[in-house]
Design a protein around this ligand. Sequence first.
Ligand code: UD1
Length: 440
Amino acid sequence: MKSRLAAAAPWWRPTAGNLLAIRGGRPLVGTYPISGAKNAALPLMVSALLTPHLVTLRNVPANLDVAMLAALLQRLGCEMHWSTRGGDLSLTLSADRVHPGRIDADLVTRMRASVLLLGVLLARCGEARLPMPGGDAIGLRAIDFHISGLQTMGAVVTLEGGLISATAPAGLRGADIMLPQPSVGATENLLLAAVLADGTTTIRNAAREPEIADLAACLIAMGARVSGLGTHMLTVSGGAALSGAVHDVMPDRIEFGTLASAAAMTDGELMLPHGRLDLLGSAADSFAAAGVDIVKAEGGILARRGGSGLRGIDVTTQPFPGFATDLQAPTMALLTVAAGASAISETIFEQRFRHVDELRKMGADIAVHGRTARVRGVERLRGAAVTCTDVRAAAALVLGGLAASGDTLLDGLDHLDRGYDRMAEKLAACGAALARTGRE
Ligand code: UD1
């Protein structure tokens, strides 16, 4: 995989070592710039396949998922040009010709976002064949809403031997689609397909995550006609001739919430440039209730522990603007050292408590009852050898390690690299004692 990544994303340099050693107990103090959002960048990159014209994305996060998607797109015929200005990574994509048959099955099975290729390849080329997409092992992660939506738009889809084959012999046509649940990926897939479909598509019960409005804004800049941004109903008048576009990827709200928690957990103070409180939805209130101070300051947003310390809270994950499931694991790490009890209920994914056992190894007091984890705050976590099981679990364990007494050794670092732009480097610049180590 290394050579494919190097060819498609030359900036991708996994630093030597697949373990991260953290010496905990130091307050994080300094400036931690919030990167572009991974979950916005991925669909935005895919959207470039809709047009033969140049699409430039600025503020692209330098993470492994972006590098893997770049390699996938390159193989499909998309040309890519990367540039860095003032620390910002920009990507210009040119999909003059697209070869839908050139799917890199290995990469597709490594990332969930590759399912978005289904809608785009169908819309642009009339055919798509891909293995079932992979990604974090956090639940069933079915793609039935994606498939039935595309079928309503005229696609013929067969599933056989783990392969999805779809064709649109007469092209895709606009349709009225009702999603059974506001799925982020299904909303994006159908939105992307609808832009080139013939006629009007209405997506009802659409997800309202800000990354979807960011995608829609870029599509509109390309000439697409989309309305209802930020609401449960998106309407797309398909078939407009698309141009290219230049678009700034929105800031990463998950990185922001995670680092605000890290500042409070370590009793430090972090300036978080580009962090946006309004993108946290109800998590902003939850953090305030838990004693995480997030205040506007000159140069960005400042995060630190409030004067009366950290307190246990109850959290239930919900679609936006509810508490983001992607913040559940890092928030659990935070609450392991908050005074009193917390109840954390996960309603979006079935298996998103895999970090619990790892946090327990660090001395956390957590009991799981079905979909609810009950946390009793302890005075202090202690360093341990732990394994990252998914992207957000990885962030939670980094937080645990930073706040713990003693040394923590993290394994399974690919998960951290997939979701975060140079996290170890940025933390080190804020005083964390940590280093990559171990085998390549
Ligand atoms: C996206 C995010 C992920 C985030 C999640 C929820 C990306 C790349 N990933 O994932 O970080 O945690 O949104 O905010 O943006 N479902 C079905 N059938 C479908 C589609 C979804 O049953 O066809 C179910 C899923 O199994 C899950 C729930 O719906 O239980 C929500 O999934 P969805 O919103 O689609 O999440 P993703 O797009 O996979």
